[in-house]
Write a protein that binds this ligand. Sequence first.
Ligand code: ADP
Ligand code: MG
Length: 401
Amino acid sequence: MKTIEDLDVAGKRVFVRADLNVPLSGGQITDDGRIRAVAPTIAKLVERGAKVVVASHLGRPKGEPDPQFSLAPVSVRLGEILGKQVAFATDTVGESARAAVAALADGEVALLENLRFNTGETSKDDGERKAFAEQLAALADLYVGDGFGAVHRKHASVFDLPALLPHAVGDLIATEVGVLKRLTEEVERPYVVVLGGSKVSDKVGVIDNLLGKADRILIGGGMAYTFLAAKGHEVGISLLQKDQIPVVLDYLKRGEESGVEFVLPLDVAVSANFPDTKTHAPVEDFEIVDADRIPATKEGLDIGPKTRELFAAKLADAKTVFWNGPVGVFEHPTFAQGTKAVAQALVDSDAFTVVGGGDSAAAVRILGFDETKFGHISTGGGASLEYLEGKQLPGLTALEG
Ligand code: ADP
Ligand code: MG
């Protein structure tokens, strides 16, 4: 892969596909990690006299403009981080975008509006995607791929556009891939993986590949309940994917055969209602129960104190740790304790620690941890998981040629 250093960017319009998909609440950015992560790439291009055209998606709009998913607040924050004005185009390939790009002097930056305001960005139809990519290509001379969080997507700006312009990999993707290589090639052992979060089906798949690599797999978050159900326990109204039970049983069996230890919760924090993560209203019926004693009317929302200790012990001697997915509903303080304990165990260990996933990375920062105490905080959740699953990532393949 070519890097930015291999391109002659001075005076050229350089399209940077970034991942600026940050969490927003009432128009406010609640975690700017992804903006800060790609800022050095943009700053480098600025320094080299490029006309920088930045583009990203945000959220999941339905292929048309939707103000709640506007990148406008991101352009302000990006400007603050870069310490320079960022022009904002109110469309992606329309008049505003063309004008904003045409007005750029060398070393100036413009941000386009949300790429997913156009159906062509995510279309399954190759022709529709390519047509949109061609419109994007008209705005630039060169392409830099640096949206790591989106490289597992076969989208126009990620996959089709680099084929139309001379391209290079940005510094963020280069760093992320370097870290993932450390998790797949010559791993230092014990290698411990912590999996949590809410997207059970997305995450069950990675276990297949980890079975041949990790020494221990700690299961928390929503996924834990499918594991507990597979073991024959009542899980009440917890997140449960019944159709995944046979898959999970197969993993448990293969784990036993290959000496990979699955560590499941011993106890969990439950409530009859999903907590209010906005008002943080107190949870009146909060209780800790053993993992095989979840009441039928209650939902498991965090790991309990015995499990916090167990997980910390299983992480203590690790030399490599990969963590994806909060182990509880950390957005409410009552259910943040498990996630806090996992983060603390990573901080306390001597291992090379990698945190992957938008919410996991945000949790680490929101819970007040010092980012520098972790080996690497990845900007991609799905992308990291698919890499670890051994899949080809369209956005990386596209940068190879
Ligand atoms: P990431 O973005 O790090 O990959 P996910 O998006 O998969 O993580 O999951 C994050 C979400 O998982 C958080 O919003 C958290 O509230 C939720 N979560 C964690 N544990 C549970 C649980 N037991 N039940 C429901 N949701 C959970
Ligand atoms: Mg997430």
